[in-house]
Write a protein that binds this ligand. Sequence first.
Ligand code: ATP
Ligand code: MG
Length: 617
Amino acid sequence: MATKTIAAKVLSASRPPSLFHVVGHARREAGESAWPVFATQVTARGVSSTKIHMSENRNKKSLNFIEEIIETDRAAGKHHGRVHTRFPPEPNGYLHVGHAKSICLNFGLAQKYGGKCNLRFDDTNPVKEEQEYVDSIIEDIKWLGWDWEDRLLFASDYFERMYELGVQLVRAGKAYVCDLSAEETGLYRGTLTKPGEGSPFRSRSVDENLDLFERMRKGEFPDGSRTLRAKIDVASPNMNLRDPVMYRILHAPHHRTGDTWCIYPMYDWAHGLEDSIEGITHSICTLEFEDHRPLYDWFLDALDVFHPQQIEFARLELAYVVLSKRRLLELVEEKHVSGWDDPRMPTISGMRRRGYTPESIRDFCERIGVAKFNTRVDMALLEFCVRAHLNKTSPRVMGVLDPLRLVIDNYPEEKEEQLDAVNNPEDESAGTRKVPFSRVLYIEKNDFLEDPPRKFHRLTTGREVRLRYAYFITCTKVIKDENGNVVELRCTYDPNTRGGDAPDGRKVKGTIHWVSAAHAVDAEVRLYDRLFTIENPLGDKDGADYRTFLNPNSLEVLRSCKVEPSLTGAEPGTRVQFERHGYFCVDINDSAPGALVFNRTVALRDSWAKIEKKRKR
Ligand code: ATP
Ligand code: MG
């Protein structure tokens, strides 16, 4: 097995995200064709690193730890080699990119091993759940490209069966009705350092428990007055085993079962039953459930029913992003964003509206891999995946975001030409289109500098540059307003350079984009920046509220943009690359014929911005 220092590889890997702190040595494993890249995260708990798969040939990558478990199980003939997973969202918010990781993992494993993956709504809490969320979750998973066939399931469909199993535990003397209030239950439970005490109701007879449990179901008792609890071990070092609550009384209508129930199962009790009822083989969840696994196992063993295996993996955390439905709901309700699908939101609907593709999100989920330790992944990796896919698939167009008028003095007033422009240099089959050219154009304001520094190869007085797909032009004169702002450039063009090349072989260093003023279409363009100003908004060392770190400049709206006429009537959701700017997408909510609105999905890597940044340092 070979090793080499990672620094060398970082330079040669195909444009790895630059914001990772990459350190240490890489190890190339047998069968891997490229050197891996590690993202290293230094946290209070130590240093951890995640292998990022930058290799183009990812078929050969080694198995992740869950695949290893599955392959061992299959080799041993467990469950007859069957693989059945599930994605179990609680319908109390819209899905975010962390859920995408779990979705791709669960559906991806089923696909890889010829198994099945269920979409199961974990709708056991009537208070926060709504049909709107169910609908959005279904739409998002479909959009990501996954299919649950006829297995759209709801935990609430198992309420009756769960109740029967509860009765079974009571009969076996393994569950009891407890009259302690929530607060008292907490006190009796003890602490991490102090063992709990048994509830005074722990020794109720089976008959009394059966009677009370039935009357709980019938609605005879008020909310919070009684619970059904498992009789396990009040002194267990694992707090989850100290007689956990299985049912609580809650007189609240449920979005599917209406008023049928006034007792609702708790997560730990319900989840394993749902998995068991569905014949799930591998129940994959995030690391915070590791301490709940003994309870998951205890319930299924006590009932002697089909027993799936719970496996925990590290949840996705993204730098400068909050991934918690509760916090995302606050951002929506307090109107810090325009809705769950605001393009700045890390929700799947937000990313869709921003122009991310399902392919790029799936690629990202595959590259981050699956691990047992928490890491914070940088947005740069997600953006890398988005650019990589859009580069291959997006038609190129010209759009001027901050227009400056440019007049070509020696170009005839009435003349108009249709010039050929390549639609996608990455995809020959995309062909070419005609772009109109005339005497008056718009160019980007920052493509002209009167007093340019070295390495600025764009337009300045007396310099010749290429207009993309058009002609060489030379700037002859600058026109300013009374405040000294440049408002117009006068230029000349060389008619022999049509198409962008000089027959005499002379070269120009800069190529700039443009739009013909007479043909330009007006558009609004929305530029997005990260929503938070610090890497971990929920983990401020002084405990400041995460909203303190909202980025006031996360949205910039440009209202006087000019885009080429081929975009007239562009359908909502259309994705394009504005040459030299980045990837953009016609907004699916706000764009209308005659009033185009584009969202910037992701910027191109701007080499000039980098040079300028260095210069300013
Ligand atoms: P949140 O913390 O955002 O409220 P949740 O875990 O409560 O999320 P659920 O609807 O219960 O949301 O999650 C459905 C599935 O998605 C669960 O299996 C959960 O483990 C997984 N999941 C949630 N957040 C992440 C994440 N950040 N990374 C990976 N998986 C996640
Ligand atoms: Mg949850």
